[in-house]
Design a protein around this ligand. Structure first.
Ligand SMILES: [Zn+2]
Length: 241
């Protein structure tokens, strides 16, 4: 094919460009593509990508693990005479758990009652996750008090819970109601034992259980104690939590 003379080639090019421009110039009433309405995944679904955390809403339990501000915590002193430094707040609710305020008798527990060492918060979430996986039909676990934000004397209900290493966990109910049992008779003993076993396996130094529930565990770790017929109290050693 014979090449076009330069002038002819330019003329063709100019005509082509003009045609393109003409095709685009007409005032098109259509708005630009609304990119803002394109569905983007919620920040919680893209954890670790530097997106801002989702504001936590207490209920209903979120489908994903809640955001937690992890810090390197320190438990000072003893569980019944101590304090908590750089505590971590336990979430108000989670995929397999809710929190319970034992004084106001409602969920979620007030935020100042849910502080522990990072180790305690992490291990408690891990125990609940493993329990839920092993018992897919079980109702969500009710988590009670941990410690105050800076530990110290908690209040009339607790002698301990002072240095971020103690957590109360209510036994599951036979009737599956999402509130603590009132008496030992209401406790689903099989599921309650599974929770005790979970905390023992996770390295709890002490697990206090009620004398009327019929729960057991290794001597020296699981102890029967009055006022624990509706919840277990797990205490972790400092090296663990
Ligand atoms: Zn307790």
């Amino acid at each position: 094919m014979r090449p076009l003379p330069l002038a002819a080639a330019l003329a063709v090019l100019v005509a082509f460009v003009a045609g393109l421009a003409a095709a685009q110039v007409p005032n098109d009433p259509r708005p630009p593509v609304p990119t803002g309405t394109i569905t983007t995944p919620a920040p919680s679904e893209t954890e670790g990508e530097g997106l801002p955390p989702v504001p936590t809403t207490p209920a209903p339990p979120p489908a994903v693990e809640p955001e937690i501000s992890w810090r390197d915590s320190r438990a000072i002193g003893l569980p019944y005479a101590g304090r908590l430094v750089r505590g971590v707040q336990f979430p108000a609710a989670g995929p397999h758990l809710f929190t319970w305020d034992p004084l106001l008798h409602r969920s979620p527990n007030r935020s100042w009652r849910r502080w522990g060492t990072d180790g305690l918060v992490r291990v408690t979430l891990r125990v609940v996750r493993a329990y839920a996986a092993a018992h897919p039909g079980a109702p969500p676990v009710a988590i009670g008090d941990l410690s105050r934000p800076r530990g110290g004397y908690f209040g009339p209900k607790h002698a301990s819970h002072q240095n971020g290493l103690d957590v109360d966990v209510y036994y599951p109910r036979k009737d599956r109601l999402e509130r603590p049992p009132k008496t030992a008779v209401q406790v689903d003993r099989r599921l309650a034992q599974a929770l005790v076993d979970g905390f023992v396996a996770a390295g709890a130094g002490k697990v206090f259980v009620g004398p009327n529930v019929g729960l057991h565990g290794p001597r020296g770790v699981v102890h029967e104690l009055a006022h624990h017929d509706n919840h277990l109290h797990a205490r972790f050693p400092r090296w663990r939590a």
